[in-house]
Design a protein around this ligand. Structure first.
Ligand code: FMN
Length: 192
């Protein structure tokens, strides 16, 4: 079973990246093959809004990094773990570029009438504050993105306000990743 871990932060090394690594480590111990994909530093072109995909079912930017993600990285994946920070009540621009390019998937679904069914997903958000309201936007965006990819979200986690207690971060990262591992274990037990 293959798990794709997507990191949404604009920086390669941060709290969400650390959490992603811990979760992938736990998954590997549970027998999963893992692939990590960080959006940071990648040359992902933003959607131009031309809506050509509505007519043709294809994106005019085909061949770039977002296209590679959809055509080469995702296929063959049984589950997706998305770990992303909250930026201004939303998702980082780095990740939003990738998300917006899923408009071509939306267009194909609307034409074909069905979501793809590829597997399941998990979403873990990281925020500097403990303000639950700041999760509403990222949750809607990323759950909808994961659904469009063909991996409905079945697990959610949240690492909040870590700056207030930095000394507790290692323990909290370990606790969240172990909880995610238990979720994966239940999915495996239930036949995936
Ligand atoms: C541009 C920007 C906007 C942010 N907006 C919010 C926010 O609206 N709410 C919040 O709780 N934290 C916010 N934060 C804090 C981040 O969620 C937090 O620092 C997170 O750890 C960043 O992830 P990273 O360490 O993986 O890069 C923001 C951080 C940045 C850089």
């Amino acid at each position: 079973m293959k798990l794709l871990g997507v990191g949404g932060s604009a920086r390669e090394v941060g709290v969400s990246g650390r959490l992603l690594d811990a979760c992938l480590g736990v998954a590997e111990k549970g027998g999963w093959e893992t692939v990590k994909y960080l959006v940071a530093g990648r040359d992902i072109a933003g959607c131009r809004g031309c809506l050509a995909c509505e007519k043709t079912g294809r994106c005019v930017l085909s061949g770039d990094e977002a296209w590679r993600f959809y055509e080469e990285v995702v296929p063959g994946t049984d589950a997706v773990l998305m770990v992303s920070p909250v930026y201004f009540m939303g998702v980082p621009w780095s990740l939003k570029r990738l998300v917006d390019r899923a408009q071509v998937l939306y267009s194909r679904r609307v034409r074909g009438g069905r979501y793809p069914e590829r597997g399941f997903s998990a979403l873990i958000l990281v925020s500097g504050t403990a303000e639950r309201g700041s999760l509403a936007g990222p949750r809607r965006v990323l759950r909808s993105f994961l659904r469009e990819l063909g991996y409905p979200c079945e697990y959610e986690g949240w690492l909040d306000a870590y700056e207030a207690r930095p000394e507790a971060l290692p323990e909290r990262v370990a606790g969240l990743s172990e909880d995610f591992g238990r979720f994966l274990g239940r999915k495996m037990g239930a036949g995936g």
